[in-house]
Structures are given as structure tokens and as C-alpha cells.
Ligand binder design. Structure first.
Ligand code: FUC
Length: 829
């Protein structure tokens, strides 16, 4: 969105650091007291949406432009989607399923793809998530604007705009409160009677606005019709204005504030959405109830409660990296200069921004973060801002466990549970299978049929991947009650897979067919993606099966399907190393060494899964590296975010840091074109904006500093040479451990392990360690959270030159821990 040209001129005389000092003096705060590391800072209002600053409480989002003439806060409510409950299965698929499989096994891929295009799709590709509208504040003041500053404070989750105009210092603060379920705007000035503006609510279409007799500003409307589904989500925004001094009046559909000293705006939003199959709520009443309660509270009370609630999550993890002085520049300038390598502070800022975004876009009881979190302008955002579940939604939740935000993946768990309901019909009608299935996309209505066409959408594995998150949640928490609560979902995914696996003719392996290796095709002379037995599918089936068996064992379940799972598990294809030493993406040795496709699906086994490790499967580890090197570095934003994790898992910190640098480069080029990278507001650019890349890179930064998937808590497993010193606290490791590490000269100095569940903590380090109770590790780690199922030996092409990784020496120790205790360990001995 472009704002109309501004009528003021900003006089830029000050560096952002002196600006902060100036603001501090104006508003009586001390610059020294502020942690300048954890702020996004700008010296101009946003012109583009990707320059505006996001606030959110999981449900209500605001994008703040900070414009002193006409301020715009673009608003979202995360249940406002087009359409209404519907399904998108095509039962004709069942009739042609055997034919499609036969065509694939006979290598008639073009015909198979054509047949699937005709019979598997419904023409309904998912409903778009939509903007609720804009809150506009047309200020009456004119004249030159000086000392302009706009920032987002990640420690308090408050966005601030401040400037001087006509001899008055103005300040606007905005936050989105989870406890009070409203967005709050506070306008203040250092002189009395100087705040005058008109407030209105607008939307591109599908809404009306009015001011009622109680001076409450309303916006009411309905979500759009789309792909033949009538829009039926009713929404309501209500704004109440409380002034100190001055007067409040109304004219047509605007609220008018004149000569106030200070103003608080309470913005409440709601829809009639109750759940994916029920839109019988009352949007107006819900919005009014939240408004009524919140508007009885003072601004300071609302802010204090908001900050406390936010910090309960945010403060769990701290990261100190690099030199705080690097933050004297505006944030967009820091991104532009990041390639120079002297601003490690930007890494911590970006890391904490990712955590900020998750806290702001995914809260228990709500919807999971969609393709853009909760922030989307317009009525049809890119890819409808849906849930793309062949990587993007999963990536959104990668940082949720290791960066200590486990509660925030509750909406994802809820979505998987709902998909396990809707996906039963899809499994039965389209595949004649029991259990449940989801393909590569879903939306708020929890559709589970395939979308977009065979090339992209013929992938019945979305549910299998999403299910992994439920098990990860268990692995980090050890919560058996939780495991019990999701066991049926997991079993349902496994049941679908046992029914749906089919024997392939060459080796009699059991494979998924028809399927794809997400969105990729081998060669230009093999342009179809449809296939059987893609490596990622095999890896996913392996994970669903082995983890279902493990869950059943922990919970003492005795289902007949478990025997079937055990039998099928033995017949899955092994991973294969192809002729150029690569990990094969497909069942056949088709990989093109020049392929730089953004999806690296076959590396799922390396990250996020743990099927490939340097210590247990060194040949596969080396093959995965060969594949990743060939795929190249620069790509779409999320692809680079994935590669940060992959290089961390390959224990190559310098390469992981190179990917962070590739990702943290300006997306918008001088000619206006956009590339994969980062927008001025630190949103990740596919391009366009997709939030997955933010979360992927955040998870990757944690993965660089600590890993816990391969038999031990690995301290500083992939520390880049340039990250010579730093400190991380609060990272979570599997088995309920919380880990803090301080390092200097690239070596661990102090380690702290907090144990929530007790049990052996095996610690792996490149340097010797010492501490009370630390013993040299021997044999397999006995901690059940660190035991991993056996992987089949890879099949290796005769032409492949098999390499073994060159690994750094490691020191491994066991620490017997008790639940609730913290242990201190020293490095550099
Ligand atoms: C998948 C990706 C695209 C994009 C879209 C939302 O289809 O292949 O790159 O991220 O999701």
C-alpha cells in the first residue's frame, strides 16, 4: 500500500542515536536506560506496507505507518476470511487411483499428471484471509515536522512514533493487548490542548462505517465471496475515544477530537467465527463486550498488564551477540549494511523479532499463524495468506519449542486436531483409506483436499508433516497427558499411511503414490512432478510410524494397527545416494546437479527431522551436504531460512551465517524489483512477504547455538567464527532441559542446565568441560528423549564416490539431573 504524498517535510538533522537522546529529553526518559539493541528504528514514516510496524496479540493485528499527517493503522482480525465452511474433495479420484498409480509405475508421467488434474481437484483452492480495514487519523496540525522517530520496542511490544511540530512534541504509542483483547493507541503532547484529529474506519469493499449515539465508531461488513463460496464471516470493529481535555464530537462517519491534551483510542474487533464449522457467533456483541471492559481501564493499566503478559513469553530467552554500538543506524540501513559483517547486533535483533512475531501472531485459543502471521492488507493477499503445509506452516512453528515458546504452538495443535476430523472424509472418499489426510494447503475452514493442480498439489502428506509438531511438543515437555491427548490424531495419520502405501514394482518397497517431492520436477525433459516414493514422503512415513510406535509404547496402547505399522515400516525404501554422491530427492536417480529449486524436501531428514546425523549416518550426512551445496544458497526468503537450519545441522556455522547474511539483505532493489531477503520492517521477503522465513531463520539461529536431536545436548554445535563471544539463555532442549551458554573466543565459558524432568543430560562439546557431577559419557544415552530409531542402510549408486564427513573431535559428558534443579558447568578448563 502506498500512502498519498505527505504534506509535511521531515527535517533530518539528527542521527537516530541523537534522536533517541532528544526524545528521551523531551519525554523525560533517559536514553541510557533503554536497551537500544531490541528496537526497530526509523527516521521516516512508512510509505509501503512492508515499512509499517506490526503489533499483534495473536488475534488482532495492526500495521502502523507513523504518518504525522494522516496516520494509518491497517487492521486485521485473524478469523476474517472469505467464504464459509465448505469442503474441496473430489471423490472421482478414487475411481482413477489405480490407473494413476499404474501410469506412474509405467513411467507415463504426463498422462498420470493429466489424469490427476482432471479427477483429483475440485476447483476450490482455498479462501483468502482478508484485511478488516484501516483506522485513519487525520491530524489537524500543519507545519514542518522535526525530530521524527518511529520504533518498535521488542522488549515491551509497543510501537512509538514521536516528532515535533509547531513547537509541540507529539508522541503516539500503539500496542495490541492479549489480556484485554483490544488494540490501544495513546496520543500525547508536551503542551495542553494541542491534539486535534478526525478518526475514521475504512475498507476497500464489503463494509459500512458509522458513529453511534454513544460516539462509538463502527465498521461492519462481511468477508468476500470466493470461488463460488458465499462470504459469510461477519465482522465488526468498534473504536472508542477517551480524551483528556478538549472535546469529542462526530460528523457523518467520523469522530472528531479537538484541542485535547491526550487521547486514548480503544479498538475492538471481532467476527461471528466460532470454529471451522460454526460461524454462529455475534460479531457486534463480541466486539462491544471487549470494548466495554477495556475502555473502563486507564491507558497505563492496560499498558502495564499488556507488557507483563508479553514479557512472560519474551523474557524467557536472551541473546547477546556483537556490539550494541552497531544500532546507531536505522534498522533498514542496518539491513543494507549487514553484509559488511560488523553488525552482529542485528542477528540478535532479528532473532528476537522472530520470537516477537510468534508471540504476537499465535496465542492459545486462537488460530495458528498463517502465511503472513496475522498481518495482511487487501482482500486477496499473496497465496491467500493461507496455510501452505508442505513447508510454510511447519516452518512458522520451528522456533516454538527451542526458543521456549511452547504454549504458542497450541493453535497449531488445535488445527491439526481439526484437520484430523475433516481429513477423514477426504481419506475415505478420495483414497478409500481409513485415518485422515491433508494435502499441501488448508485454510480456516480446514479443507483437506488437494488444491492448485497436480504439479503443486498432488501431495497427500501435509497431515503427516504437521503431526510431527505434536510429537516434538512431547519430546520437549515430556508431558504424557498431552501425548495421550494427541495419540488418536497420530494414529489416524499412521492409519491413513498404512492403508495408502502401495507396493512399487522395482523393489517391492511400500511407497506413497501418487505424490510429488513438493513442487519440484527433475529435469526440463521431465517436467512433471507426479511420482511415487519421493524421498521426503518415505522420511515422513518413517517418522509417523516410528513415533506412533513409540507413543503407543509410552502410553501402553495396544491397537491392532501397530502390528501393521511395524510390518509396513520394514518395507519402506531406504534413503539412496545417487550417482553424483547426492542424497536422492526421488526414488530414481533423477537429481539434476544444476537444480536450484527453493524446496529442499529430501533434506527434511536432516532438518527438521533427525534421520540424518554425522555420528549415526555419516554417508547420508555427506550426501545431504552434497545435495545442499548443489542447490545453492540464495533463494526465496523461507528457503534461505531452511538452509540456515540445514547448515547448522551440517555443523558448518560459517555457512549457516552466510545464509543469514543472504537472508538479511534488502529485498527491495534500487530499481524497485524485489528479491528473496528482508523488507525494511524486517519482514521476510519470499518475495512477497511471508512470515515463514522470519521464523525459519529464528529457529536456525537457535540451532547454531544448541542442538538436541542427535543423542545429546550439543553446545555451540555450529558457531560461526565471526561470533566470537556471546551469551544465550533460556533455549529449550529435548527432555525438558533449559540451556544457557556464555562463550568467549568461540569457546564455551559457562553453561547452565536447568532440568524440568530429571534424567541424564548428555552434553556434547568441541571443548572439554568441568562441573560437579559431570562424568565422561559412555555407550548410548539412556535418556529416552535422546533415543532415536535405527535407520536403514542407504542404497548407494555404483557410480557414487562415497565420502565420509570430516568431523571435529567432540567431548561428551553425562550429568545426572533432578527435576527442578539447575547445574553449572565450566568450559575453558
Ligand atoms: C509454496 C512455495 C512457494 C510459496 C507458497 C506460499 O507453494 O513453493 O514458494 O512459498 O508455498
Amino acid at each position: 500500500m502506498h500512502l498519498s504524498s505527505t504534506k509535511f517535510k521531515i527535517v533530518k538533522l539528527l542521527s537516530s542515536q541523537s534522536l533517541r537522546l532528544c526524545i528521551a529529553l523531551l519525554f523525560g526518559t533517559t536514553a541510557a536506560a533503554q536497551n537500544t539493541d531490541l528496537r526497530l528504528e526509523y527516521d521516516e514514516p512508512a510509505k509501503l506496507w512492508v515499512e509499517a510496524l506490526p503489533v499483534g496479540n495473536g488475534r488482532l493485528g495492526g500495521m502502523i505507518y507513523g504518518n504525522p499527517d494522516v496516520e494509518t493503522i491497517q487492521l486485521n482480525e485473524n478469523t476474517l476470511w472469505a467464504g464459509q465452511p465448505y469442503r474441496n474433495d473430489n471423490p472421482q479420484a478414487l475411481e482413477v487411483l489405480p490407473e494413476a498409480r499404474e501410469l506412474i509405475f509405467n513411467e507415463n508421467y504426463t498422462e498420470a499428471q493429466d489424469l490427476i488434474n482432471q479427477k483429483f481437484f475440485s476447483g476450490k483452492s482455498g479462501m483468502p484471509y482478508q484485511t478488516l480495514g484501516n483506522l485513519n487519523l487525520e491530524f489537524k496540525n500543519t507545519g514542518e515536522v522535526t525530530a521524527y522517530s518511529r520504533s518498535l520496542d521488542l522488549e515491551n511490544a509497543v510501537a512509538t512514533t514521536s516528532y515535533s511540530r509547531g513547537g509541540v512534541n507529539y508522541k503516539m504509542e500503539v500496542f495490541s493487548s492479549f489480556p484485554d483483547q483490544v488494540l490501544v493507541v495513546q496520543l500525547s503532547a508536551n503542551k495542553a490542548g494541542k491534539i486535534s484529529f478526525d478518526a475514521s474506519l475504512t475498507r476497500p469493499e464489503g463494509a459500512i462505517s458509522f458513529v453511534d449515539t454513544n460516539n462509538i465508531l463502527h465498521l461492519q461488513g462481511t468477508g468476500s465471496d470466493y470461488e463460488g463460496i458465499a462470504g459469510a464471516v461477519k465482522f465488526e470493529a468498534q473504536v472508542k475515544v477517551r480524551t483528556t481535555g478538549g472535546s469529542l464530537s462526530q460528523s457523518e462517519n467520523k469522530l472528531q477530537v479537538s484541542n485535547a491534551d491526550a487521547v486514548t483510542l480503544y479498538i475492538s474487533m471481532a467476527t461471528n467465527f466460532l470454529s471451522y464449522n460454526d460461524i454462529g457467533g455475534n460479531a457486534e456483541a463480541k466486539a462491544a463486550d471487549f470494548l466495554e471492559l477495556a475502555s473502563q481501564k486507564s491507558y497505563t493499566d492496560l499498558k502495564d498488564v499488556h507488557i507483563k503478559d508479553y514479557q512472560n513469553y519474551f523474557n524467557r530467552v536472551t541473546l547477546e551477540l556483537g556490539d550494541a554500538n552497531s544500532s546507531t543506524k536505522t534498522t533498514d540501513q542496518r539491513v543494507a549494511d549487514f553484509k559488511n559483517g560488523d553488525d552482529l547486533g542485528l542477528v540478535s535483533l532479528y532473532f528476537q523479532f522472530g520470537r516477537y512475531l510468534l508471540i504476537s501472531s499465535s496465542r492459545p485459543g486462537g488460530q495458528p499463524a498463517n502465511l503472513q502471521g496475522i498481518w495482511a492488507e487487501g482482500l486477496k493477499p499473496a497465496w491467500d495468506s493461507k496455510y501452505t503445509i508442505n513447508i510454510n506452516t511447519e516452518m512458522n512453528y520451528w522456533p516454538s519449542e527451542n526458543t521456549n515458546l511452547s504454549e504458542l504452538n497450541e493453535p497449531l495443535v488445535q488445527m491439526v486436531s481439526e484437520l484430523s476430523q475433516t481429513g477423514k472424509q477426504t481419506a475415505k472418499e478420495m483414497y478409500g483409506a481409513s485415518g485422515w489426510v491433508a494435502h499441501h494447503n488448508t485454510d480456516i475452514w480446514r479443507i483437506t483436499g488437494p488444491v492448485d493442480g497436480a504439479f503443486w498439489g498432488m501431495w497427500p502428506m501435509g497431515g503427516a508433516w504437521l503431526s510431527q509438531h505434536l510429537l516434538d511438543k512431547y519430546d520437549y515437555s515430556g508431558d504424557t497427558q498431552f501425548l495421550d491427548s494427541i495419540y488418536t490424531i497420530l494414529k489416524g495419520s499412521a492409519r491413513f499411511l498404512t492403508d495408502h502405501l502401495v507396493e512399487e514394482p522395482d523393489h517391492a518397497w511400500l511407497v506413497i503414490s501418487p505424490s510429488i517431492s513438493p513442487e519440484n520436477a527433475p529435469y526440463s525433459d521431465h517436467p512433471e512432478s507426479v511420482t511415487a516414493g519421493a524421498t521426503m514422503d518415505n522420511q515422513l512415513v518413517f517418522d509417523v510410524f516410528t513415533r506412533t510406535l513409540k507413543a503407543a509404547e509410552i502410553l501402553g496402547k495396544k491397537d491392532p494397527v501397530l502390528k501393521q505399522i511395524e510390518a509396513s515400516l520394514k518395507r519402506l525404501p531406504p534413503m539412496q545416494i545417487g550417482k553424483w554422491g547426492q542424497l536422492q530427492e526421488w526414488m530414481y536417480d533423477w537429481d539434476n546437479p544444476k537444480d536450484n529449486h527453493r524446496h529442499v524436501s529430501h533434506l527434511y531428514g536432516l532438518y527438521p527431522s533427525n534421520q540424518i546425523s554425522p555420528y549415526r549416518t555419516p554417508q547420508l550426512f555427506e550426501a545431504a551436504k552434497t545435495s545442499l551445496v548443489a542447490r545453492g544458497d540464495e533463494s526465496t526468503g523461507w528457503s534461505m531460512g531452511w538452509k540456515v537450519n540445514l547448515w547448522a545441522r551440517l555443523l558448518d556455522g560459517n555457512h549457516a551465517y552466510k545464509l543469514i547474511q543472504d537472508q538479511l539483505k534488502p529485498s527491495i532493489q534500487p530499481d524497485g524489483k524485489e528479491v528473496g531477503g528482508t523488507y525494511p520492517n524486517l519482514f521476510d521477503a519470499h518475495p512477497p512477504f511471508q512470515i515463514d522465513g522470519n521464523f525459519g531463520c529464528t529457529a536456525g539461529i537457535a540451532e547454531i547455538l544448541m542442538q538436541s536431536h542427535a543423542g545429546a545436548v550439543h553446545i555451540l554445535p555450529a558457531l560461526p567464527d565471526a561470533w566470537r563471544q556471546g551469551k544465550i539463555t533460556g533455549l529449550k532442549a529435548r527432555g525438558g532441559f533449559e540451556v544457557a551458554v556464555e562463550w568467549t573466543e568461540n569457546k564455551p565459558e559457562k553453561i547452565e542446565i536447568k532440568s524440568a524432568l530429571g534424567g541424564i543430560c548428555r552434553i556434547r562439546s568441541y571443548y572439554p568441560l568441568a562441573g560437579d557431577g559431570l562424568t565422561k559419557a559412555q555407550n548410548e544415552n539412556t535418556n529416552p528423549f535422546y533415543q532415536t530409531p535405527a535407520i536403514k542402510k542407504p542404497l548407494i549408486s555404483k557410480e557414487a564416490e562415497v565420502k565420509m564427513p570430516e568431523l571435529k573431535q567432540v567431548f561428551e559428558y553425562d550429568l545426572k539431573t533432578e527435576a527442578g534443579k539447575t547445574y553449572k558447568i565450566n568450559g575453558r578448563i
